[in-house]
Design a protein around this ligand. Structure first.
Ligand SMILES: [Zn+2]
Length: 319
């Protein structure tokens, strides 16, 4: 059977009937360079293993069956997101792009770990599983966005979102930590979706990235040392726990730690914005700046001691 026959047979079906046409048996007869039958859009910054798995789900194949059927050899190991990533050789990435019916440059744009190869001579088509350190692991993507992009095949995907995409404002879900195997529902904490929009506005400022990194370091320290905003953050944690019982049952990590970035998110964005708009130090002393920032955070004052990270930053670091 030629690939054209497979495509025609698949196209002749509709909905669920369409899927059943491509059985594992038919799949193995497709020549290696044949384009796939289905097209599944990658999520922005999706883990390669996650996208390959979603494509396999669409064909109702296992991930090894899908790779094997497209002539990609799995050389080392076995794994699953978020603790492991599937690394394709450039030759395998080219084959995979054909299978996925998506141009390779477009695919490498979406999948940060997929290699972009411009040499047609690199023909080795292999895949290797690589274990990822905690700091490099992807997090669960919004289940409803994933279902939409997967044509309802699955609600599970793993992504490496940038900081300004912590929350899906449309579906009120977030995944602040790779150890959370389900997303956190945030509808009962509406300030998180509002913060998402404030964060997008912050990005227009030329110093947004630096301000964000500084602000996050400061709010993280305040959170860990229970300073300034403890009551507000504790209330938010309880709200999240009430609607997300799975946070309490995830391994050994505490909900307070798993949800830290989410709990501090509103104040981190407010602080980052304040840092981008402060008058220059020459015209403003540290106490005036602290009073201004306290006001923006909705606090009566920010009296912190000499070691307070915000005071240290305003006194010594800012130019
Ligand atoms: Zn969503």
């Amino acid at each position: 059977m030629s690939p054209t026959d497979v495509a025609a047979r698949a196209a002749a079906g509709a909905g669920t009937a369409q899927r059943s046409v491509v059985t594992t048996g038919a799949w193995h007869r497709i020549p290696l360079t044949a384009p796939g039958v289905f097209r599944v859009r990658p999520l922005p910054r999706e883990a390669t293993a996650s996208y390959v798995q979603r494509l396999a789900d669409t064909y109702q194949l296992t991930l090894p069956q899908l790779l094997d059927g497209s002539g990609i050899t799995t050389l080392t190991g076995h794994g699953t997101p978020p603790t492991a990533e599937l690394i394709l050789t450039p030759g395998a990435a080219r084959r995979f792009a054909v299978l996925a019916r998506t141009p390779l440059p477009q695919l490498t744009c979406a999948l940060p770990h997929l290699p972009l190869s411009d040499t047609a001579h690199d023909t080795e088509a292999a895949a290797n599983w690589k274990r990822l350190d905690a700091g490099q692991q992807p997090v669960r993507a919004c289940t409803l966005c994933t279902r939409h992009r997967s044509q309802n095949a699955t609600d599970t995907a793993w992504i490496h979102p940038p900081p300004h995409q912590l929350v899906c404002p449309r579906h009120h879900q977030a995944a602040p930590d790779p150890r959370l195997t389900s997303t956190v529902r945030t509808r009962d904490v509406p300030e998180l979706a509002a913060t998402h929009h404030a964060h997008q506005r912050l990005l227009r400022h030329p110093r947004a990235v630096t301000a964000w990194i500084t602000a996050r370091a400061i709010t993280t320290r305040w959170y860990d040392h229970q300073q300034h905003l403890t009551h507000r953050w504790h209330t938010r944690l309880n709200q999240l726990r009430a609607t997300n019982p799975h946070m309490t049952t995830t391994g050994s990590a505490s909900p307070a730690l798993l949800a830290r970035d989410l709990i501090t998110y509103p104040e981190t964005v407010t602080l980052a914005r304040a840092l981008t708009t402060l008058p220059s130090r020459r015209h403003h002393d540290t106490d005036d700046s602290l009073a201004l920032i306290a006001h923006q955070l909705g606090l009566p004052r920010l009296a912190g001691n000499a070691n307070d990270p915000l005071r240290v930053f305003l006194t010594h670091t800012r130019h």
